[in-house]
Design a protein around this ligand. Structure first.
Ligand code: ISL
Length: 547
């Protein structure tokens, strides 16, 4: 019996360049990922994760490391072939691992054949596949829209005397979703991968696929301190350049395709926005097609570590959802964000892991976070990310969180026999899979324990969420309930010892330091060490194991 998405314990994100190299070119690839499937699931010492998501591995000139796709239905030779992917899919499915791929609908590469045609002349049949506009009378761009990466979002095309729009790099021209032919092309891409057997798609940067058709200027952001960085993305309120009137309709059409297949899903990439309330934003995305699609919740990435902060955002978010319909997708790290352990601290990262795995829905774990990987230190000569190369020294680059997976203590950490495309992060001699597998108190052991719990008991995916006790600056407690079953997640988010009293005694199910016992008294009294967290089963309402 294969698991359904609703039973999946977690989704594990693989950045394919950095997971495992199989052909000694210093870049990870699909055959490398195949070789590492036993690490993921099915062996006694596996991590034990039910689903994986690959960042893009499609044909691409790699201006944005694969988020600039030049053939949506093929694999970049660096990563392998379509045959390799099919083998990966089969072998993952043999282990009952679901496979999700990335889908980049907002823009293609400027080397995609569609764009090559589109830019060739104003009357080319593919001209309207992209967003073209005349200059203003003085020759300047059609409006003030800005690229996420800074500067105007418009690039001049000399040959045809018009500008084209690029929300990201100029090598990533925005597709014109208001053109029905583009929508059909992209729907065909979704069908292609679903027919091949992938279990899901993560849809990149979706909020930009619909824009103001009148191309009105975005208003200035009054909160922004104008200065030398006047063309910074934050200087405008992006009310017209994204979240256009047809966004949810276009997503509905796409997800209707997903819904026509058995047990497939689409996860939307969306960050909290300063324009809409979080409620409107989330419920908008959940409203698209709740049975098969849902947005990530990235709020935990931006919010400083702390009991009040997490309690507030999680409780508010849970309160918005209809538990029988909406699947929360809590995410505390990805390939665009500083590493969790570097952002919140090493001990604190364990608390976040336990909290995340104690929450409902489908949690997402970024590769390497399960061994506590930290940001890599990237020397100027080693910079790869175009964002960093554009404005070096501002620390906006994403290389630090994309360094190779640390498998063992060998010179290239077991990732490759050749020098990797990014350096191995410091500390890899201890912080690696081989070492942590032998340590009963490691991050890896903690993640294995937590994933095992989510495998054994569906209360984690499906139980109700409730905060417990008074709001407290140091300790955040929530409970989960499913029928007669009841558990408590108790999180000491302070650097001091803390006491807390639960309504009953119970059994310890997991703790941030797997080798340490967190005692719970018969009357429910719990004592926690600094940054210690634990999950307890309530003595009076025990759990039923999944058979
Ligand atoms: O990272 C962000 C906020 O911290 C976002 O603004 C992010 O850039 C945006 O949500 C889109 O990201 C995605 O599309 C980009 C690509 O560079 C990122 O790696 C990808 O996750 C363009 O395709």
């Amino acid at each position: 019996m294969h698991k359904q998405w609703s039973d999946v314990n977690a989704l594990y994100q693989i950045y394919p360049r950095s997971f495992q190299d199989s052909n000694a070119d210093g870049v990870g690839d699909l055959r490398g990922a195949i070789a590492r499937l036993p690490y993921l699931k099915g062996e006694p010492d596996s991590l034990g994760v039910d689903a994986i998501w690959f960042s893009p591995f499609f044909t691409s000139p790699m201006a944005d490391f694969g988020y600039d796709v030049s053939d949506y239905c093929n694999i970049h030779p660096l990563f392998g072939t379509l045959e390799d992917f099919k083998e990966l899919l089969d072998k993952a499915h043999e282990r009952d691992i679901k496979v999700m791929i990335d889908f980049v609908p907002n823009h293609s590469s400027n080397e995609h054949p569609w764009f090559l045609e589109s830019k060739s002349s104003k009357d080319n049949l593919k001209r309207d596949y992209y967003v073209w506009a005349d200059p203003k009378p003085d020759g300047s761009p059609p409006n003030n829209w800005l690229s996420i990466f800074g500067g105007s979002a418009w690039e001049w095309n000399e040959q045809t005397g018009q500008y084209y729009l690029h929300t990201f790099l100029k090598e990533q021209p925005d597709l014109n979703w208001d053109n029905p032919a583009v929508r059909q092309e992209m729907q065909a891409v979704v069908r292609f991968w679903l027919d091949l057997g992938v279990d899901g798609l993560r849809a990149d940067a979706v909020r930009w696929i619909s824009k103001d058709v009148h191309r009105r200027d975005d208003p200035r952001n009054p909160a922004f301190n104008a200065g030398p960085q006047a063309d910074e993305f934050g200087s405008l309120l992006h009310v017209h350049s994204r979240f256009g009137p047809n966004l949810f309709k276009y997503l509905r059409d796409l997800t209707d395709i997903v819904a026509a297949y058995d047990d497939r899903i689409m996860i939307f990439e969306d960050y909290p926005d300063d324009i809409f309330t979080t409620r409107d934003q989330y419920l908008g995305f959940y409203g698209v097609n709740p049975k098969v699609s849902m947005p990530f919740n990235f709020e935990g990435i931006g919010i400083p570590f702390g009991a009040e902060n997490y309690r507030r955002f999680i409780t508010e978010f849970q309160g918005m959802l209809n538990p029988s319909e909406h699947t929360p997708v809590y995410c505390f790290g990805n390939h665009d964000q500083q590493r969790l352990a570097s952002r919140v601290g090493e001990e604190q990262a364990r608390v976040v892991a336990l909290m995340q795995m104690g929450l409902p829905g489908l949690p997402v774990v970024y590769y390497g976070d399960e061994i506590g990987m930290k940001n890599g230190l990237i020397k100027p000569s080693e910079i790869q990310d175009p964002v960093e190369l554009r404005k070096p020294g501002l620390g906006q680059g994403r290389d630090p969180e994309r360094t190779p997976m640390q498998w063992d203590d060998s010179v290239f950490a077991g990732f490759s026999t050749a020098r990797p495309w990014l350096p191995i992060a410091h500390g890899a001699e201890k912080r690696n899979v081989a070492h942590e597998s032998k340590d009963n108190d490691s991050y890896l052991t903690l993640y294995q324990d937590l994933l095992q719990l989510r495998t054994d008991y569906t209360i984690f995916q499906k139980g109700d969420y409730e905060t417990f006790g008074e709001a407290d600056a140091n300790v955040y407690v929530f409970s989960r309930r499913l029928g007669e079953e009841h558990i408590f997640v108790v999180l000491n988010m302070s650097g001091k010892r803390r006491k807390f009293t639960l309504p009953h005694g119970g059994r310890l199910l997991a703790a941030t330091h797997p080798s340490r016992i967190v005692a719970i008294a018969k009357d429910g009294k719990v004592k926690l060490r600094p940054y210690e967290a634990a999950i307890f089963e309530c003595a009076k309402h025990p759990l039923r194991e999944v058979l």
